[in-house]
Design a protein around this ligand. Structure first.
Ligand SMILES: *[C@@H]1O[C@H](CO)[C@@H](O)[C@H](O)[C@H]1NC(C)=O
Length: 155
């Protein structure tokens, strides 16, 4: 090892020892949510979003058109544990089953993004198009989507 090389190595080791920032890593998705999520009002849905990084990243969700993180949304009748939309501590976005009088287009037919950030940086998922449909209408909708897919492919 040449002396100058040796010096750099020693310096590099010292930087490692005194500065924990050397080990910081920007967030990276482990589970990026899908582009499309359809669910029935009877079943509800859970959309996973998970990422790693150092320090451990914080996961939030936004509406596509909103810059601010979304919050749990409750109907007037229900408690927090039964909210229409809830961000779980593992970062996933939960939609509870709901009756049709509690249907809210801004919640149940909306585009979301999962935002992950730590001290190093922030990453944003692709758009997640969420659509809740009435139980029973679900299969018809799926069939129509399939048919329009087939039609598009023929053209
Ligand atoms: C979902 O909608 C159907 C049709 O309106 C209704 O019969 C059913 O009770 C709803 N599900 C829930 C969990 O409220």
């Amino acid at each position: 090892m040449t002396p100058i090389y040796f010096l750099f190595t020693v310096l590099a080791l010292q930087v490692d020892a005194i500065s924990p920032t050397v080990y910081e890593r920007g967030p990276r998705f482990v589970i990026e949510p899908p582009v499309k999520v359809e669910f029935s009002n009877n079943s509800g849905a859970v959309i996973n979003c998970n990422a790693v990084g150092v320090p451990s990243p914080k996961i939030t969700w936004t509406r596509k058109e909103g810059l601010h993180p979304i919050h749990d949304l409750n109907t007037l009748q229900t408690t927090n544990s039964n909210s229409l939309r809830h961000i779980r501590s593992d970062g996933s976005l939960l939609f509870n089953p709901f009756s049709m009088e509690n249907y809210r287009p801004d919640i149940h037919s909306a585009t979301y993004r999962c935002i992950v950030s730590n001290a190093v940086g922030t990453i944003v998922s692709r758009d997640v198009n969420v659509k809740a449909v009435r139980f029973g209408a679900f299969n018809v909708d799926a069939l129509l989507a399939l048919l329009s897919d087939i039609t598009l492919k023929r053209v």
